[in-house]
Every structure is written in C-alpha cells, then in structure tokens.
Design a protein around this ligand. Structure first.
Ligand code: PNW
Length: 492
C-alpha cells in the first residue's frame, strides 16, 4: 500500500508521537487478580442484558499477563508511544477509604519500565470510563462533590508512584461520553436516565448529566492543580484531558442550521473544554439552561485557570446538524433543550455524510478530521493537541473468511485518508498537533457491543488469545517508517 504522498515531515516536530490506544477495562482482564477491587464496569457487565453478546471484560485480551507479547507487536510496528489507562480499582480498591494495593502499583511499574526499555513513551489515562464500585455505592460517584476528593487522592497516588517516568498524563477519557451515556441515555453505568431519553428505573436525564459533568470538571482541575504544585517542575511532564470529538456539519447553509451545529458542539465538547480553558460554560448552554447549569465558585475559577497543557481528541466520525429551535423537529437525538435543540443525523437528502461501516455510529468522512482540529485550534488558542484515538471498526462472524479477517483494506483506506487530512491541517493551518494514536493495537472488549466489533490492527482469537497482524499493522509500520526521520528511527 502506497502512502508516500502523505507528508508529515516538515509539518511535525521530530518528536511527533505515533502510537496506538487502549484502556484498562477493555484490555487487561485479570479483573480479580492481585488485590484489584471491583469497578463500575465489572458490576455492570455482570448484570444480564447490559452487553450485546452477554460477555464482559473479566479476561478481555489479558494484556495484564500478556503484555510482553504486546510489546513485541508494538516494537515491530515501530510506535514511539503507547496509550493505556490505569485501572483505578487496581491501585485503590476502595478509593481513598482503603489502602493502596501494592501489587497493582508493581504491575504498572513493570509495564512502564518495559515500555521505556523499548523506547516507547507511556501516554497514561487515569480513568477511561472506570471508577471503583465502592465510590458508586458510598456516594453515587460523579453525582457527589465528594468524588473530587477521591479523584485528587487517586491522581496524587499515580503521580507519586509513576510520575518519574510518565511524561504524558490524561485525567479523563471522554467525560462527555461518560455523562451522556451514564446519566442521559443510561446505556452505560450507572444506568441512570428518565423518559424520553431511556427507560431506567431512576435518574433525571435533564439534570444529572450537568451535575456529573460539573464534578468531573472540578475533579480534573483538582488533579491538574496537585500535579502543577507538587510534581510538574520536578517530573517535567504535561497533563491534559481527552474529549470525544464529533464534527457537526450544518445540514444546510441557513443561519439557523449553522447556529444549530455550533450549539451541538457546545453541548457535546465545549461543555468541558470551555470551562477548563476559558473558565466558563459555553454561552449557548448558559442561555438555554439558565439556573439548571451548575455555577463555579470564585475558588473553582481560580483552580480552573489554564486548566490543561494539551487537548486529547478522539475523532472517528461526523454528523449533520439541523436546527430545532427556530423550527420544530420530530423527536430524535439532540432535539431537546438539554441537548441544544440540534438534531444529529447522518443523512442529508437521503444520502449519508460518508460511507457507512459495520459500526452504527461510524461514517467515513475524512474532512471531519480537518474541520474538528481547526475548530479546536481556533477556539482554544492552538493549545497543543494529540489525536488520542482514530480508528475503524468491523464486524466479523463465524463465516468470515481469512481474507475478511486479515485483509482489512477498508481500515487502511480509512486511516490513510484521515491522516492525510490531519497532515494537511498541520501544514496549511499550523495546527499544533503533537501525536496520533490508532484505536487500537488489538481487537478488544468494545463496551456494550462486547466482542462483536473489531478495531484492532491485530486480530485476536478469543479462544486462544492469539494475536495476528492484519494488513493495517503492516501498513502502519510502513507509514511510521516513512514519516520518522531516519536518524531517530529505532526500527530493528
Ligand atoms: C471511544 N461517537 O468511544 C472510546 O474511548 C473507546 O474506549 C472505544 O473503544 C472507541 O471509541 C471505539 O468505540 C466512542 O459517538 C464513543 O462517535 C462515542 C463515539 C465514538 C467513540
């Protein structure tokens, strides 16, 4: 597969990170090993009906035990970074109400050392959807301000044990997805919602997402604060947050639809980034929600100031946005007041925004990469950015041929076109993008879809846990080699 026409050289600094992404619950397995406590996803996946194929992450791809093998795969591809998350309940089985689990600390120490030995920078997320169940049971996790104290304590514990070697910290992965799916649609733990958003037994879809988000923003600020005051000078790393970022394309040129796309973005992504970068919720949210939106105290604002060193962007897909404020819409995703009155739809005049895939929310629209990176660059003063996730999902079945399992040319085309768009944005607009991570190194546990979707550069056989490279792994290897200055290349 040729990729010479894509030029990142000259547009990126020599230390551009190329890596792959992962998370603890989706990869580690070993859910009760070595003193780990149970977390919200352990509990959630064990309740019948929550996961499409009835599976869970008890074993997942067992990276907890098989990491040396996975390091070989990374080495072969030639990545210089690996994005993973620490399992909170493995470090603090009962949050701040119990002891530090030394075996958990030892595990990540070994893993981090092994990465560095191979010249791979750890890019570490503190929480990727998971929280110790203890904190859910004690005070309902993100709904209580108490959680800020727990997150601060956990973050401090990680900086203390791992910060001498970890130079990239992410506080939260996709807090927008956590609150929307956990407290509005209720499809993720803690399964809270109210009609017409979903049919949960408790919760309030129009109120709780904003409370949970507020506590997450303040938890982030608390962690950043402790990192800046106690560790950053000595350890020399940087700290940021990762957002799920959709591009919302106005469905028409009308002013109403353009404003709707802006509102959609504000109620999805700017919701978190505006307070952290600019110190206040987006204007559209304040106007529409009024006193239903929590407010920051003077003390909060002081702590929030300049609240991150980089923005992590998980970008896969784009949607059209249609106004529902000035003219009414049929009910649908995005159409209520607490979602910004902006219908989210994949089709315009019966035609999809991009080629549909096996994943019901994923349409191939490479221009979206350019548009979302430019949008974030402009709105947040060209804060350093990392593309922390970008990837392509497929659905295999019992009858899939080897050709279908391993010759994933559609994934290659997807990655190529999105990287091409990214390179252009960096070159022509000066976007300060410092790294790119494919989701994912391996097939893994895809949350409520269980093991029915595959995002891996490597196929995983779930009977044997054997990893087998796909075409896309070979392609990514070649791509990295072509875009890494030879003198710095550590390829063997
Ligand atoms: C991300 N969307 O979630 C997560 O960070 C990963 O853990 C997950 O495995 C990966 O994407 C693939 O699904 C997403 O609405 C949540 O477009 C929402 C969207 C995309 C990805």
């Amino acid at each position: 597969v040729s990729c010479n026409h894509i030029s990142l050289k000259g547009s990126s600094p020599t230390n551009f990170l190329f890596g792959t992404g992962s998370s603890s619950y989706q990869f580690e397995g070993a859910f009760m090993s070595d003193g780990k406590g149970l977390n919200n996803w352990d509990i959630f996946t064990h309740k019948p009906g929550n996961i499409l194929d009835g599976t869970n992450g008890d074993i997942a791809v067992d990276q907890y035990h098989l990491y040396q093998e996975d390091l070989d795969l990374m080495n072969y591809i030639g990545v210089n970074s690996y994005r993973f998350s620490i399992s909170w309940a493995r470090i603090l089985p009962k949050g701040r109400f119990g002891k530090v689990n030394r075996a958990g600390v030892d595990h990540y120490n070994k893993f981090i050392d092994a990465l560095l030995l191979r010249g791979i920078q750890p890019f570490v997320t503190l929480t990727h959807y998971d929280i110790p169940q203890e904190l859910e049971d004690r005070y309902r996790s993100w709904l209580s301000p108490e959680v800020q104290e727990d997150f601060r304590y956990y973050a401090n514990t990680c900086f203390k044990f791992f910060g001498d070697r970890v130079k990239y910290w992410v506080t939260f992965n996709e807090p927008n997805v956590v609150v929307i799916r956990g407290y509005r649609s209720g499809i993720y733990p803690p399964s809270r919602c109210s009609f017409p958003f979903g049919n949960c037994t408790s919760g309030d879809s129009e109120v709780e997402p904003f409370i949970a988000a507020h506590n997450i923003i303040l938890s982030h600020a608390a962690a950043v604060n402790i990192y800046r005051t106690k560790y950053q000078k000595k350890q020399g790393g940087s700290i940021g947050m990762v957002m799920n970022a959709l591009w919302y394309e106005p469905i028409s040129n009308s002013l109403a639809d353009k404003l709707a796309a802006e509102r959609a973005q504000s109620f999805y992504m700017n919701w978190f980034l505006d307070p952290i970068v600019h110190g206040s919720y987006p204007a559209e949210m304040q106007e529409l929600l009024g006193s239903d939106l929590p407010v920051f105290s003077k003390f909060d604002l002081e702590m929030l100031k300049n609240g991150l060193d980089f923005i992590g962007i998980n970008h896969y897909t784009s949607f059209y946005s249609k106004d529902c404020m000035f003219s009414p819409c049929e009910p649908g995703p995005g159409t209520t007041r607490t979602e910004g009155f902006a219908l989210r739809t994949a089709k315009k005049d019966g035609v999809y925004i991009g080629e549909p895939t096996a994943v019901d929310w994923l349409y191939v629209y490479p221009r979206g990469m350019d548009k979302i990176v430019t949008y974030i660059k402009d709105r947040y003063n060209n804060t350093p950015m990392f593309i922390t996730e970008n990837g392509y999902g497929e659905k295999e079945n019992q009858n899939s041929t080897n050709e279908e399992l391993f010759n994933d040319f559609k994934r290659v085309e997807y990655l190529k076109s999105y990287l091409q768009a990214l390179a252009e944005t960096m070159r022509t607009k000066g976007a300060d993008v410092r790294g790119y991570f494919v989701w994912s190194l391996l097939d893994n546990f895809e949350w409520t879809s269980g093991y029915t979707l595959q995002f891996g550069l490597h196929h995983v056989d779930y009977d044997t846990l054997k990893r087998t490279p796909r075409l896309s792994a070979a392609w990514y290897r070649q791509f990295i080699a072509n875009h890494t200055p030879k003198i710095l290349s550590t390829q063997k």
